[in-house]
Design a protein around this ligand. Structure first.
Ligand code: 3AL
Length: 170
């Protein structure tokens, strides 16, 4: 799909929600709210609306958004139950093709991270590879929860932007 910004602006709310409902993982509320902001001047303006939606959330709402994300290389991935977008992203980072040793390091680090912070480790998989993901998991474990909420939401913004670029042409 490659819609122009005028085609995006011509969508009704239901169509907009159907097309943009998963640019933030499983968070169709974002598309519902952002559809009301049509028309958008250009692609950057549309991306900015999603960033502003995320920035405008309370801490509790940010936690909900972070918790909507699947683990990297986790149970849903091994059962083939990720969303279409997440499957493609995890594949591009090499996460669907791990050695048993890498899988075990990532799973153990993911569990430790979730126990400490109360939400899954989130990183834009399309901008990373297995090694940088393992390093990120181990490094970010040492942060505070406040820092990880900020970093996690920033990663959600990167994932969101790349998903929008798959839908809308500049
Ligand atoms: N946990 C996590 O980072 N998940 C996400 N990252 C990404 O690029 N796609 C996802 O589903």
């Amino acid at each position: 799909m490659a819609l122009s910004i005028s085609e995006v602006n011509a969508l009704d709310d239901a169509q907009f929600e159907a097309i943009f409902g998963n640019v933030i993982e499983l968070c169709s509320d974002a598309a519902v709210q952002i559809s009301k902001k049509k028309p958008f001047k250009n692609l950057a303006d549309l991306c900015k609306a999603f960033d502003q939606y995320l920035d405008g959330l309370s801490k509790a709402e940010k936690l909900v958004v972070l918790r909507l994300h699947p683990d990297l290389a986790g149970r849903l991935a091994s059962q083939g139950e990720l969303t279409r977008e997440s499957t493609a992203e995890q594949r591009s980072a090499g996460l669907l093709d791990l050695t048993e040793e890498q899988k075990s390091i990532i799973n153990t680090s993911n569990e430790a991270y979730k126990t400490k912070f109360g939400f899954p480790f989130i990183i834009c998989a399309r901008e990373n590879k297995v090694q940088s993901i393992i390093e990120g998991l181990q490094r970010r474990y040492n942060s505070t929860q406040e820092q990880e909420i900020t970093v996690g939401i920033n990663e959600v913004k990167k994932i969101c932007k790349l998903r929008i670029l798959d839908i809308v042409k500049d």
